[in-house]
Design a protein around this ligand. Structure first.
Ligand code: ATP
Ligand code: MG
Length: 428
């Protein structure tokens, strides 16, 4: 059995067997049926001519629906009218499953397609997104492996959140309150004392009621954490990782790059990425017509203003400690600020990474937990990490779907994941 892609490379006259699904089907007159057969590698046109095939083959071809599964056998013929310049002249055709009429047609509403997501993922656009996502995750982790990071798998069910209990999905864990994890960072921090450099790649859950084009209630989160790395080296790792993944993708997948039309968007993704301090970024927003006070956080509009000045991702560093998580290390030059960064993607895609150097001294961390109004008893094991052989360390979190949305320039984050979970959708 050949794949469609292989068949296109063979000369006219070769006999081929293919299997897959009916991508399109059309009867022409009384004696010809055109079937476009789809497999994972592509689509090819096949023609069934009534006079040239046994009666049962014709009868079967007439019964097929869009998305029926089948195998065909036939001869390759060059034909410039066929997409890709070749078609298969069918000799044999066996349905694997004819099934029922496929519910998805042209011009159906977004809601309908989301309700039928389990079927819609077969579409060319979705299939290409999932291929791209697969490759991008590979390149991200390939980069991390080359820098000595181990994959380290965290639990999904936890007892407390990285940033407290708000926005967490609660569940009944054999009679005890537990939560779906919001971030695996703290487990990554535990991991570095064994492996020095680790990354977790796991779902994070956010029960925030954000109805935006870039918030999911469940998303895949890549969280590297490294011992003996300060906040500046932490940023270098981020920009090199992002740059490596995009460049490898552009180089090795020209078909996908062309499908999404993204070549020009990523002309320059070489490090270093521009760096703005929080104050510089606020000033820039105001200069560009936005309205922001020091101490406020950037929303989507402000991020879009900032990133409009660049065609590659930009770092914003050293936020006020008041608007950031308790575990971020203070700036020794200004204790009101922290040694952190966000990475903002260009073209309005917004924040794709949040990272920081972590507080590694026990007393300092206790003090920040208190100041943040959190309960020390909820961070017992986390504090232990500072009690036994603590070391300076840093880490960051990249949302896989945000990254895929940016690289492929998608309109909506839900298309970056096969089965999106949003405020109003948990089916299928
Ligand atoms: P935002 O301000 O955009 O809501 P955040 O500051 O809450 O993001 P972090 O908690 O720092 O984000 O999470 C780290 C990364 O995880 C973000 O940079 C982003 O890439 C991704 N991320 C955060 N929340 C979501 C979400 N609801 N859906 C998808 N990805 C997310
Ligand atoms: Mg958020």
């Amino acid at each position: 059995m050949l794949k469609v892609e292989q068949a296109f490379k063979l000369p006219e006259g070769t006999e081929v067997s293919l299997r897959g699904w009916v991508y399109r089907i059309r009867k022409l007159g009384e004696n010809k049926i055109f079937i476009v057969l789809r497999d994972v590698t592509g689509t090819i046109q096949a023609v069934v001519v009534k006079e040239n095939v046994p009666a049962h083959v014709w009868a079967n071809a007439e019964k097929l629906y869009h998305e029926s599964s089948l195998t065909i056998k036939g001869t390759l013929k060059e034909d410039e009218r066929a997409p890709g310049g070749k078609e298969v002249q069918v000799q044999e055709l066996s349905p694997i499953s004819i099934g029922e009429p496929f519910p998805i047609h042209k011009d159906q509403s977004e809601e309908f397609l989301l309700d039928n997501r389990h079927l819609w993922i077969r579409s060319r656009k979705m299939t290409n997104i999932f291929k791209a996502r697969h490759h991008l995750i590979n390149y991200l982790t390939e980069y991390l492996h080359s820098k000595g990071f181990y994959r380290f798998d965290p639990p999904i069910i936890t007892t407390a959140g990285a940033e407290g209990g708000a926005d967490m999905f609660e569940l009944d864990y054999f009679g005890q309150k537990a939560y779906l994890t919001q971030s695996s960072q703290m487990y990554g921090e535990a991991g570095i004392f064994a492996l020095e450099r680790v990354y977790t790649l796991a779902p994070s859950f956010r029960a925030e009621k954000s109805r935006t084009r870039r918030h999911l209630a469940e998303y895949w989160h890549l969280e590297p954490e490294a011992a003996f790395v300060d906040w500046e080296e932490n940023m270098q790792i981020q920009e090199e990782m992002v740059s490596y993944a995009i460049e490898q993708f552009l180089q090795n997948h020209p078909d996908l790059v062309e499908f999404f039309g993204i070549k020009d968007l990523h002309k320059d993704v070489k490090p270093p990425f521009p760096r703005l301090t929080y104050y510089e970024a606020v000033d820039l927003v105001n200069k560009l017509g936005g309205k922001m006070e020091y101490g406020e956080d950037f929303g989507a509009d402000e991020e879009a203003l900032i990133s409009s000045q660049y065609n590659k991702p930009v770092f914003i560093t050293k936020y006020p400690k008041k608007i950031k998580a308790f575990y971020m290390k203070e700036d020794p030059n200004d204790p009101e600020l922290v040694l952190n960064n966000d990475m903002i993607a260009p073209y309005g895609h917004g924040e794709i990474i949040g990272g920081s150097e972590r507080i590694w001294e026990l007393e300092k961390l206790k003090q920040r937990i208190k100041e943040a109004g959190l309960k020390e008893e909820n961070y017992k094991w986390y504090l232990d990490l500072r009690r036994f052989g603590s070391v300076p360390h840093s880490g960051f979190g990249l949302g896989i779907e945000r990254f895929v949305k940016y690289v492929l320039n998608l309109d909506h984050i839900r298309d970056a994941v096969p089965f999106p979970r949003t405020v109003n959708r948990v089916y299928p």
